[in-house]
Design a protein around this ligand. Structure first.
Ligand code: HEM
Length: 476
């Protein structure tokens, strides 16, 4: 058959060929991936053909994302894990706290990647932060910051923390009305921005100044990729699926270029300040202090000599992820604390009474005073239990891995490189088995008498502590 014969085939026949091709493509790209776990005989959470069980980005989901994951978590019943799909990505949700610890901590080196990872060249600044680095690069960066953020260093930040808090409160002290209406989210974010610009980026400005507004706008601008908005969410999901496709759709970087250079410039100025022997106890000050020290490999367990020098971009990348985590997770947590205190007046009163013991006659509480506030600690712990800012953590399998059966009903489950594993923190925190009456806000769960009854593996802080991951995997 030559070319002219082929071209002479009727357009009707071409149409059939095209339909057949489309059907094959549809099968390979959407139906086949949606059988990933069934082929291994796994219990599934349910299946929505084409869209998967949870549409990443929540935009098309009826329930909020954490709630949808909690339902999948509960669907597992007594099983240790269950399969589900996010769009077309098969995800294995681990329910058993012991198995979570096994995979996320003990065998973390075999699950070295987080799912949200960008190729190195995707975003010059953002892709260098701790959350996105992998393997050795993550380990080295983490070692460096373990030193910079040691307990002694954090205590040295307290005067600056106190200063921003006092200035924030003073914004309201002139008000004569007993009830002031505020946009809480914006208010908290502005406070966090003045805190972050002083403590992370070394620039102290009153929150009412023009510079403070510029800092706030740059942070919001840079953060806009995770703000609600269908198109932004779709573009972000696209980046996770295929960065080439995302670039084609005009999504060139996570942080806008202007915001990138704004924050890098702050780091540059901070480094110059330190070079000019004008030391300030803030994160840039601590970084430079560290870079100046002569480190012998044996002197510090975590710190390796080759990572004692970071570039300005690498420093900016970490400070930016601290800023974004503060504006996102921390801001949400502060907001939920305020909400719970507003609807639980008895708890608010008890907390105020505790504070009254350390704040009187204009006396500023010390770092130790705040750290010793037991009821405050209980309120924060219970808020993070009921409203965990990180609803889910995930990892990607980087070497073939088998989950061995723990009971006669289980089969060995063979995970392939690239398989995604997740743990629902929100599901664990709302499981009545671990936290009876989980929707009740009850700080007493974390009182001295009750705290021992809580297994750290059931909360987000215990099992996934990056320090524990390092100790288990890299220091033995
Ligand atoms: C209450 C608020 C917060 C919650 C619930 C929270 C929760 C978490 C969780 C669960 C992880 C582990 C993620 C994983 O392993 O995949 C994590 C990692 C991380 N968080 Fe937070 N976080 C909060 C606030 C913050 C703040 C305020 C900062 C910075 C100042 C921060 C910086 C980071 C960084 C840099 C990582 C990555 C650590 C590493 O890979 O070594 N987080 N966070």
């Amino acid at each position: 058959m030559n070319i002219s014969d082929i071209l002479s085939v009727s357009s009707f026949t071409w149409l059939w060929v095209l339909i057949l091709l489309l059907v094959c493509l549809y099968y390979l790209k959407t139906v086949k991936p949606l059988h990933h776990w069934e082929q291994q005989g796994l219990k599934m959470a349910g299946r929505l053909l084409v869209l998967g069980d949870v549409v990443f980005g929540m935009s098309l989901c009826k329930d909020p994302y954490p709630e949808k994951l909690r339902q999948i978590y509960m669907d597992a019943g007594e099983l240790r894990y269950i399969g589900y799909y996010e769009f077309l990505t098969p995800v294995l949700l681990i329910k058993s706290p012991d198995l979570i610890k096994q995979i996320f901590v003990k065998d973390a080196a075999k699950f070295g990647d987080r799912r949200i990872a960008f190729p190195d060249n995707f975003d010059e600044v953002f892709s260098k932060n701790l959350l996105y680095l992998k393997g050795q690069e993550w380990k080295d960066m983490r070692s460096f910051w373990n030193y910079v953020l040691s307990a002694t260093k954090v205590a040295k930040l307290y005067p600056l923390m106190n200063e921003t808090a006092v200035s924030f409160v003073n914004n309201f002290s002139g008000e004569e009305n007993e009830v002031i209406e505020i946009n809480l989210k914006e208010c908290i974010r502005k406070y966090i921005c003045s805190f972050a610009s002083s403590i992370y980026f070394g620039v102290n400005h009153d929150s009412s100044t023009k510079e403070a507004e510029t800092f706030y706008d740059s942070a919001r601008n840079a953060l806009s990729f995770i703000e609600a908005g269908q198109w932004k969410i779709i573009r972000y999901s696209l980046t996770l699926a295929d960065t080439r496709l995302a670039k084609l759709c005009g999504f060139q970087s996570i942080m806008k270029k202007g915001a990138q250079s704004y924050f890098v410039e702050h780091v540059r100025r901070g480094m110059k300040r330190e070079k000019d022997e004008n030391h300030r106890d803030d994160l840039i000050g601590f970084v430079v202090e560290r870079q100046r020290e002569e480190i012998s490999d044996s002197s510090e367990v975590y710190i390796k000599k080759n990572r004692s020098k970071l570039t300005e971009i690498e420093i900016a990348a970490q400070l930016c992820i601290f800023l974004f985590s503060s504006l996102d997770g921390l801001a949400a947590t502060i907001g939920y604390i305020m909400y719970e205190l507003a609807v639980n007046q008895d708890i608010q009163k008890k907390l105020r009474n505790e504070f009254a013991e350390i704040c009187y006659d204009g006396v500023q509480p010390s770092y130790e005073d705040i750290n010793n506030q037991q009821y405050l600690d209980m309120v924060i712990s219970e808020t993070m239990r009921k409203w965990p800012a990180a609803a889910l953590v995930d990892r990607v399998c980087t070497v073939p891995y088998t989950i061995h059966p723990s009971s006669p009903d289980e089969q060995p489950l063979h995970l392939k490189v690239g398989d995604t594993i997740a743990a629902s923190i929100y599901g664990l925190h709302h499981d009545p088995k671990y936290f009876p009456n989980p929707t009740k806000f009850d700080p007493e769960r974390f009182s001295e008498e009750n705290r021992d009854k809580i297994n750290p593996s059931h909360t987000n802080l215990g099992a996934l502590e990056p320090k524990a991951v390092m100790e288990e995997n890299y220091l033995s």
